[in-house]
Design a protein around this ligand. Structure first.
Ligand SMILES: [Zn+2]
Length: 235
């Protein structure tokens, strides 16, 4: 793995069989990578990176800000995302079982009057989990026919650095709980990506060819997803 430094920024070069240079700044720490064609030399990449330095700094600042704004209190009027759309949280007292109801612009959180922050968070997360599972199940059954693969099992869990993972031997895929906050097409992309891994483990040319075949627009979706940090998008 080659790296070089620009001021205080360390840039990792990933050379592969591609035609164009692609620069990315990744959450959660603002790591910078350049995907470059195999024969491109470091000096060329350095010049390219210098021309993008202010963009890199801007992206890193954005990620840092978003990270700071992720602390949620689960109180009225707080912003929460569901399937890429912003909703206002409305906390409603109830003596009945806690529940979550999705309205036009609000997410209603019905809880007992002295429910604390952690309990509210847990209730909302289990709602997210159930909603996400329903959606994933739908995508899996649609894509099983197209990819011609059987997903034996799937699960949703919290992941810090990845949107999804898979266990090739068990034919099982895992999706990040945070995906519930992202647009549907982003969720579908991660499902397809992990399902393709069940027929092709590596991120090699064959993998890319499958992605191009099944989801020709996957690159744009991947970029969109990686522009949003894992964790709540704050504003
Ligand atoms: Zn992968």
């Amino acid at each position: 793995m080659k790296t070089f430094n620009l001021d205080d920024i360390s840039i990792e070069i990933v050379q592969k069989n591609i035609k164009n240079v692609h620069l990315s700044v990744h959450p959660p720490h603002g790591k910078v990578t350049i995907a470059a064609p195999l024969r491109m030399d470091t000096q060329t990449l350095r010049v390219f990176a210098i021309s993008k330095l202010s963009w890199i700094r801007k992206q890193q600042a954005k990620i840092k800000n978003q990270k700071r704004e992720t602390a949620r209190e689960y109180i009225n009027k707080e912003n929460h995302y569901y399937l890429g759309k912003r909703y206002l949280l409305k906390v409603i007292d109830t003596d009945l079982r806690p529940k979550v109801i999705l309205k036009h612009n609000t997410i209603e959180l019905h809880v007992k009057p002295n429910t604390n922050t952690l309990q509210r968070k847990t209730i909302l997360e289990s709602w997210y989990r159930n909603k996400l599972k329903e959606l994933i199940e739908e995508y899996i059954s649609n894509w099983e026919k197209q990819i011609k693969v059987r997903v034996k099992d799937f699960g949703v869990r919290k992941m810090k650095t990845k949107w999804g993972s898979c266990n090739h031997n068990a034919q099982r895929i895992w999706l990040n709980l945070e995906l519930a906050k992202k647009p549907r097409h982003c969720i579908e992309y991660v499902v397809v990506h992990e399902m393709v891994h069940l027929i092709n483990r590596l991120h090699d040319e064959r993998f890319v060819a499958y992605m191009d075949k099944f989801l020709p627009q996957w690159r744009a979706i991947k970029r969109e997803l990686n522009e949003l940090p894992i964790g709540n998008r704050g504003d």
